[in-house]
Design a protein around this ligand. Structure first.
Ligand code: ZN
Length: 207
């Protein structure tokens, strides 16, 4: 026999679908919804739907955006000659919070992972290449320092270096297997500042 009414169990199941939420936390969140005034619950449900339906992807950098162009791509003061390539929007947000990088981003929406059946065609690589129209002089590969992140960086450097664009990889200041999203600002800054060229390793003649 279920302890809680079906409506409670149903909401609890929905919370459990969220990343990092187990049964106990889901039930705690569910029960705290009952404590909210009804107008707050209405606003909560509307905010959920708006976050999902009104957020799309920037047509240029593929980051999440509420408008056709994200605020970074739309900003006139950004350095449009540099693109920093990241795995997901969380990493772009982490770098943006650092408040030092003034170039643009490109969000891949994943990394190459043969284990998970993710090939290059499933990532936003075509969109990245189409941005390299001569105005971009450097591409910084800031995928995470995991085996998949390294594989993806190597793949991209082989693809991009022959186009005459400088390709660099973020420095090893990042812990191996680490995640950009959780790196502190000093580590992130060191990773960007200490980036090294990947052009030589590919025998390409950028610079
Ligand atoms: Zn954008």
């Amino acid at each position: 026999m279920a302890v809680y009414p079906e409506q409670i169990e149903r909401l609890c199941d929905m919370f459990r679908r969220l990343d990092g939420i187990g049964r106990k936390t889901a039930m705690r969140l569910t029960l705290s919804v009952l404590d909210l005034p009804e107008e707050d619950v209405q606003a909560f449900s509307q905010a959920l739907i708006a976050a999902k339906t009104e957020i799309g992807f920037c047509k240029c950098c593929q980051n999440i955006s509420a408008s056709e162009l994200c605020p970074v791509c739309a900003a006139p003061g950004r350095d449009k000659s540099t693109i920093c390539v990241v795995e997901d929007f969380r990493a772009a947000m982490a770098l943006e919070k650092m408040n030092e990088y003034n170039g643009l981003y490109h969000v891949l929406h994943g990394v190459i992972s043969p284990m998970k059946g993710i090939g290059p065609e499933k990532l936003k690589i075509r969109e990245l290449i189409s941005r390299l129209d001569g105005s971009v002089t450097e591409v910084i590969l800031a995928t995470n320092p995991t085996p998949e992140g390294e594989t993806t960086a190597m793949y991209l450097s082989r693809l991009i270096a022959p186009l005459g664009v400088r390709v660099s990889r973020i420095a090893n200041g990042m812990p191996v297997g680490g995640d950009l999203e959780y790196a502190d600002e000093i580590t992130l800054r060191r990773a960007i500042e200490g980036r090294y060229s990947m052009n030589q390793t590919n025998g390409a003649t950028a610079e």
